[in-house]
Write a protein that binds this ligand. Structure first.
Ligand code: FAD
Length: 403
């Protein structure tokens, strides 16, 4: 896709962006973690910020960035180096997602899906041959992947999925459809979840050229407009036995991928919130009404102070989740809490910052509306806000309130 001449300034204060570290959390990061975060930040400044508002306004996915994401190590940072991944820890993975989402949730979504929903299941549940065949290409951005769990009739309740993978001689036949799939129209491979003859959830790798496989785009989104979304349709797609994920048994396999991705979202959302707060602080210092800067009004300061407080709490949550992740002690319910809290926080931050900047806040010269609209998807995908409340509720009470 050719990016047309840039119309919007987008992120007009991007040059002075330094993030926020009110609680000195940087002191808890290693030199390597900070270096990687800063290098992703400068890539976002040069490759994402200058084009992203136009991409979003024109609903164009900047496909050329996928290779660059590979070059900066943002695809599979937590996958072992022997398969082309970065071999990095969870905190570093979270910081990378934070910086990408400061650029745009769509760019972070592309990297999250590739890293946690395509590379992770192949690494965790795949055969050695599958790992060597697919992971290095995915890590370099030579291949784009998608992850098919959601169906037209089954979103929050994937256990009711209708897609079927049935043994047929020495092969398998895949039939059904998946909906709302990030990257699908352009993907080279899709990791797809389906039920077998016994009704157990199994996973397989579908390749672009397989007969009966198509990926129509879903158009008209008001959200994640710089990300491409579509369907995955399977009509008697012949899947060879070597494309079945041998170690994926039951729904807990795709759910474990979602845990990995949700951790990245919890960290990523903080980046979008920091971008908004930075722009609101800078503009409110510049813009004068009643003879003084907006920043000098108590009501504006209350909003800014509360936003900084919420961002700082979300950063603490992300960092602690990262530590638990590294120690191997993290639970899916803890990650769920982080995703829910931080995405809601970021969405509220985007709305409040838009309000602080008045009419100017609605334009593409500022990132608020783009982040807010993006976050409307982020609060729904990878488990809706309500589903995450139910997960924490069940963890707390032992009562299952889903059904
Ligand atoms: P539904 O499940 O129909 O829910 C509708 C509403 O009802 C929600 O508010 C929900 O919280 C509420 N609800 C449902 N059940 C309950 C309950 N028990 N109690 C209380 N409230 C309830 N999926 C993929 O597999 N791969 C992808 O790459 C992917 N990318 C996406 C990209 C975008 C831009 C979007 C928007 C979605 C994407 N999804 C993807 C799908 C996403 O994960 C689903 O949209 C999500 O799981 C919710 O499903 P649903 O939209 O069908 O909503």
């Amino acid at each position: 896709i050719q990016i047309k001449k840039q119309k919007f300034m987008s992120n007009r204060y991007a040059h002075s962006y330094r993030g926020f570290d009110y609680l000195n959390l940087d002191e808890q990061l290693t030199t390597e973690q900070k270096l990687i975060r800063d290098s992703v930040r400068s890539w976002v400044n040069t490759s994402v910020i200058p084009i992203i508002e136009d991409c979003a306004q024109n609903s164009e996915f900047p496909r050329h960035l996928v290779k660059e994401l590979g070059e900066i190590g943002a695809l599979g940072p937590h996958i072992p180096t022997e398969y082309g991944g970065g071999g990095l820890d969870a905190i570093t993975y979270g910081l990378i997602m934070q910086e990408l989402e400061r650029g745009d949730s769509g760019i972070r979504s592309c990297a999250s899906v590739q890293s946690s929903l395509v590379m992770y299941p192949i690494w965790k549940y795949g055969s050695e041959e599958q790992k060597h065949k697919f992971l290095p290409k995915l890590a370099k951005g030579e291949f784009l992947g998608s992850f098919g769990l959601t169906e037209p009739n089954h979103g929050s309740d994937p256990s009711s999925m209708e897609t079927r993978l049935i043994k047929h001689g020495d092969k398998y036949l895949l039939n059904g459809s998946k909906m709302w799939i990030t990257n699908s129209p352009l993907c080279d491979i899709a990791v797809v979840w389906a039920k077998n003859e016994e009704g157990h959830v199994v996973g397989c790798i579908v390749e672009r050229e397989m007969k009966g496989f198509s990926t129509p785009e879903i158009k008209g989104k008001w959200s994640l407009r710089a990300s491409i979304t579509g369907e995955l349709l399977f009509e008697d797609v012949e899947i060879p036995a070597e494309n079945i994920l041998p170690l994926a048994k039951g729904l807990k396999a795709p759910l474990s991928c979602l845990s990995s991705a949700r951790f990245g979202i919890a960290c990523g959302a903080v980046g979008a919130a920091m971008d908004c707060l930075h722009h609101a602080v800078e503009y409110s210092k510049e813009r004068k009404q009643f003879g003084k800067p907006l920043a000098g009004f108590q009501l504006t300061q209350k909003k800014l102070a509360e936003l900084l407080t919420e961002i700082s709490k979300a950063q603490l949550l992300s960092l602690q989740l990262g530590k638990l992740n590294i120690e191997g002690k993290i639970t899916p319910a803890q990650i769920s809490m982080g995703k829910r809290n931080n995405v809601e926080m970021a969405l509220n931050t985007a709305r409040e910052c838009r309000q602080i900047c008045g009419a100017m806040g609605i334009t593409g010269d500022f990132p608020f509306m783009r982040h807010a609209m993006n976050l409307e998807s982020v609060i729904t995908y990878e488990g809706t806000h309500e589903v995450h409340l139910l997960i924490t509720g069940m963890d707390l009470t032992g009562e299952n309130a889903f059904g």
